[in-house]
Design a protein around this ligand. Structure first.
Ligand code: PLP
Length: 485
């Protein structure tokens, strides 16, 4: 079994001791004002240490990344862009933002990077408005011979406003793994754009590029969206770019979930979206293992429009978080991150095989990224029942719709598992096989209550047995070893 030595968020005893002292001091300072916050912070560490975290969108950032966020960089207003701020005295924020952008450009091989978005959803809003500004607004201004929207007549401005809101966007359907921000009605993207979805093949569960091309030819979207939250396979972004070019669409890829696998060079060539997409966005806190935040990467054609993100759709930049992005991206440029990303993918394979050999059904029959989507119908359960039973046994997951889900988006029929977080703790392939065994133990001992899609009974003794086995795995792979509060 691997020990904590393989965990690269904990870089040795000296580092742990220094980080430990920093946190102890910080909590003592917080305690003088609001002890209940210090208390909740300590409890959160204990809870994270004691749970088998399999949520595919979560991770554990390093102490270096976390400590970077707790400073006076937070106190500065810095609306605008590097070197062009609406406030005086931003020289150090310029350094911080420049470093975050430089690390992002180098890491992903992108011509341009924008480090200000506060989250993944914010990054997508920046991207959408950059596409509208470049593809809709700029040509309209050129046609009227003016440089600025303020110079348009009232009539021309009204016409342009209608054009912003009636463009077409095509993204992956929610039930096959797409994200709410890819044009769905409850989200602003679905209110801004006229949306149509592409899905996966009903037989294989895999993306069907021919069907996608045919749908795109018919619909002619302005924006073709690639990326997903719950599709357990790799995507060919070179093919998506060909389709986008053929129909005159901008290819926008949201790699929020799998950016760590791109950064770690597990996805290269056609599977790396950055060289193929016009604009790529990501979160920084999922597989990329940085602070909670977002990032936009763009080609030169879109960079000026992306730069207008704040104050267009973003509030003032969170400079302390941009600093932490710079630190996390610097970590991701180290060779150890490539080894981490490869383990994330290997561990997902092991988890999937662990499920399959115990008779469970997986959407697409397996995985080749960082996530596994288990169809819990074969256990006679809804996603809601399975999620709750697993939580009773200390296994933290989230329920997720599967393609053509008979139980809808609330109760669902699937459970999504991801390997980035436990891999950061040092879990290896054998330990993920054991995780599959524990999950199957819980689900095969859970009885659905016929009267409700939420109620169930977990057989006596199972929760205790699974908790004891997970405690052993967790103890072998401690979170932030050497850190005491
Ligand atoms: C998680 C996710 C987001 C949203 O990120 P937030 O930081 O929560 O705003 C956007 N797109 C995709 C594909 C995601 O998986």
């Amino acid at each position: 079994m691997t020990t904590s030595a393989s965990s690269d968020i904990a870089q040795g005893a000296q580092y742990a001791e220094t980080a430990s002292a920093a946190y102890q001091s910080a909590l003592q300072v917080i305690e003088t004002i609001e002890p209940r916050i210090a208390d909740a912070t300590r409890k959160e560490l204990a809870d994270q240490r004691d749970s088998l975290k399999l949520i595919a969108s979560e991770n554990y950032a390093s102490p270096a990344v976390l400590l970077t966020m707790g400073t006076w960089l937070s106190d500065k207003y810095a609306e605008g862009t590097i070197g062009h701020r609406f406030y005086a005295g931003c020289q150090n924020i310029d350094t911080v933002e420049s470093l975050a952008a430089e690390h992002a450009r180098e890491l992903f091989g992108a011509p341009y990077a924008y480090a200000q978005p506060h989250s993944g959803i914010d990054a997508n809003l920046v991207a959408y408005w950059a596409i509208l500004a470049t593809r809709v607004e700029a040509p309209a201004l050129a046609e009227k011979g003016v440089r600025n929207v303020n110079d348009l007549s009232e009539t021309d401005w009204e016409e342009l406003r209608h054009q912003y809101g009636n463009q077409r966007l095509m993204g992956m359907s929610l039930d096959t793994g797409g994200h709410l921000t890819h044009g769905f009605r409850p989200n602003i993207s679905g209110k801004m754009f006229h949306q149509r979805s592409y899905g996966t093949d009903p037989e294989t569960g895999l993306l069907d590029y021919d069907a996608l091309a045919a749908a795109a030819r018919e619909f002619k979207p302005l924006v073709l969206v690639g990326g997903y939250s719950a599709y357990p396979r790799r995507v060919n972004f070179a093919k998506m770019r060909e389709i986008a070019d053929e129909v005159g669409a901008t290819l926008f890829v949201d790699m929020a979930h799998f950016a760590g696998l791109v950064a770690g060079k597990v996805f290269t060539g056609d599977e790396d979206p950055v060289p193929h997409a016009h604009i790529t966005t990501t979160t920084t806190h999922k597989s990329l293992r940085g602070p909670r935040g977002g990032l936009v990467l763009a080609t030169a054609e879109y960079s000026d429009a992306v730069d207008k993100g704040c104050p267009m759709v973003l509030g003032g930049p969170l400079s302390h978080v941009m600093a932490a992005k710079a630190v996390a991206l610097a970590e991701a440029r180290q060779p150890s991150f490539q080894a981490y990303a490869q383990r994330v993918a290997d561990n997902a394979k092991s988890l999937a095989e662990g499920f399959l050999k115990r008779g469970a059904r997986l959407v697409t029959g397996g995985t080749d990224n960082h996530l596994v989507l288990l169809d819990v119908q074969s256990f006679g359960l809804t996603g809601r029942q399975a999620e709750s039973a697993l939580l009773d046994a200390g296994v933290v997951t989230n329920r997720n719709a599967i393609p053509a889900d008979p139980n809808g988006a609330w109760y669902t029929s699937g459970i999504r598992f991801g390997t980035p977080a436990l891999t950061s703790r040092g879990f290896n392939a054998d330990e993920f096989d054991k995780v599959a065994e524990l999950v199957v133990d819980v689900l095969s001992n859970t009885e659905a209550d016929g009267t409700s899609k939420a109620k169930y009974t977990l057989a006596d003794g199972v929760a205790d047995r699974v908790k004891a086995a997970s405690a052993e795995l967790l103890a072998a792979n401690p979170l932030y070893p050497g850190l005491t509060l």
